[in-house]
Design a protein around this ligand. Sequence first.
Ligand SMILES: [Zn+2]
Length: 482
Amino acid sequence: MLFMFKDKNVQKQPCEPECCYRNVSRADEGHSDDNYQFGTKLVCFEGEHMLRVKEEFIHIRCFCTHNNATVHEDFRAFIIPKKVSGSSIPSNKTRQNENDEVLNVYLIGLDSVSRLNFRRFLPNIEKLLIDKFHGIPMMGLNKIGVNTFPNMLAFLSGLQMDQLNQSLRKEPFDDLPFIWKEFSRLGYITMFNEDTPEIATFNYKKQGFYRTPTDYYLRPLYQAIEHSSYVKSRKTLCINKRPQIDFQLQLLQDFMNEATTPQFALLFSSALSHEGPLTYVKDMQDRLHQFLIWYKDTERYNSSIMLFFSDHGMRFGPVMRTELGGYESRMPFFYVLLPPWYAVRYPQRVRHLRANARRLTTFFDAHATLRHLLLEAVRSQCAQLSLLSVTSAFHRLSQPQGVVKDTAYQVQAFEEYVVQFVTTPGLGEFEATVRSRGGSAPPEELLSVVDVSRLDVYRGQSDCLKQRFDEMRFCYCQSLVQ
Ligand SMILES: [Zn+2]
């Protein structure tokens, strides 16, 4: 990894400056999420230099050689390629089948920005998302808990706080079913890029992760930055002269540029939006705009879904005494950015999404969307099945007027079809129960699949799925097809 080191301040010092860098890394893996360490090996250089850096995070210090006084300090992060741990999905470039739906998943969150404040303070972003990305704003998305943690927990794991069978303050979250773990097992490379380590989502009055949760995990770097006297003494929200959001987005861009396998990234930014003033939100606009324009022009846009969101709205201040304050607090902004071909290939999905955009939704719905994307990626490992033969079919009718005998319940009258069939390749035997409601709506809305059972043993056919999915019973691994 090459970078150019250049700082005008260094040149101006009345001294002979020398710079050295050292590694910054996570410490106490398996025991804590709060410790980092500096490497003992120093690499030093003078003047302007192109350096080859093998470390993921480095701390650079420049000093006058005659008195050792610090004249400059900085941190840098590099995307060093890593081995993917899960089963491997071929990259977008090498995949054979055009219908493979292995989308990169990018979640970009800004803490505490209501939908209304998003429109007030980031109007250029709103315009860009609507006009250029045809982004879909989930206008009825409500938070499900007070602050960051319950909402992000629901979004990322589908769990509510009271479902957690652990002490929030004393035990780490290593074993929770975060969605990035499942993407990782499918061969995605993962990044968790969150600033403000003191109040981080899973660390504020909590234990975080004792085991590194994602392939790229920025917490040790942000901790070192936070504790650096050089950065801190200026009481600035910047990292030297760079806004924190710039630091975070640049890392994400480097990550996106690097990819040969599908990616999952979560970027969550609190520094400029969590405590206000709200003008800080506006200060992010230009950099966010620049990032989104960059994204739109990359190959990534064509193979990715981006969810651009906040966890909740503003929770403090005089506005909370007003009726509007309730909406401000409860309704964060949330945009879905689909690849340009998606609406062409899946008009019905996008129609439903646009209908849901005007309904009341929560982070559990957002989680279900992530799960849907995961299943699309699962399916890409399985062969496309086609119908070989129907072996039996039954037609069942409910009681007239839908009365259920023995109880006082009235149910809507329905008809059911129970169909047994065989698919190829793999000669899988299935039984599907399909219910029809009658009426004049289009057939896809009148018929609903109640359940599909697998009737024969499928051991050996779905081994390519390295973890248990309900969908295993449908999967005939692509690798078994001659
Ligand atoms: Zn929050």
